[in-house]
Design a protein around this ligand. Structure first.
Ligand code: NI
Length: 170
């Protein structure tokens, strides 16, 4: 197992439409395990493959958090098959350090996915789990939480990033 580097905004890798996974081979299994480790290490509750630079449809989620690690999911080719209701909350993202923004989501979703043994599952999610799944599945289509923000908020974050980069370059 290994901790992978997180790809950060505005890297164009985060904007790619990810490919379906057609075979769950050793490389995919290792990717899933590394992503879980990386997610816990970086104190996240969800991670999508493009965030570690792999343009494939794989996500990891554990809403119990990096301390408990009680409910890990590795989902291959996750797909939302049903949405219900509406909710809005503030979200952050490991690929957007220092950014938080309000996002409107479905309140509950049904998601179909394969586990690392290739077995198909259907899971009903609500509350934080539902929000997290929608956030990670958005990543697989190149969509980020900053896309839900207004122009001014986006611009302010980009300026903040530029200042940070200048600071690092010194
Ligand atoms: Ni994210």
């Amino acid at each position: 197992m290994a901790i992978r580097n997180i790809v950060c905004y505005p890297d164009p890798l985060l904007r790619k439409k990810c490919e379906e996974i057609t075979a769950i081979d050793d490389e995919i299994k290792r990717l899933g395990e590394d992503m879980l480790d990386t997610m816990y290490e970086k104190k996240g509750i969800g991670l999508a493959a493009p965030q570690v630079g792999v343009i494939k449809r794989l996500i990891t989620v554990d809403i119990s958090g990096p301390e408990k690690r009680e409910n890990p999911f590795v989902m291959v080719n996750p797909e939302i098959v049903e949405k219900k209701g509406e909710t809005e909350g503030e979200e952050g993202c490991l690929s957007l350090p220092g950014f938080k923004g309000k996002v409107k989501r479905a309140a509950a979703v049904k998601v179909r996915y394969l586990d690392l043994d290739g077995e198909e599952h259907l899971v009903d999610a609500d509350e934080l789990f539902a929000i997290c799944l929608q956030h990670e599945i958005d990543h697989l289509d190149g969509k980020l939480i900053i896309d839900y923000a207004g122009r001014l908020k986006k611009k302010m974050y980009e300026n903040k990033l530029k200042k940070l980069q200048k600071h690092r370059a010194r």
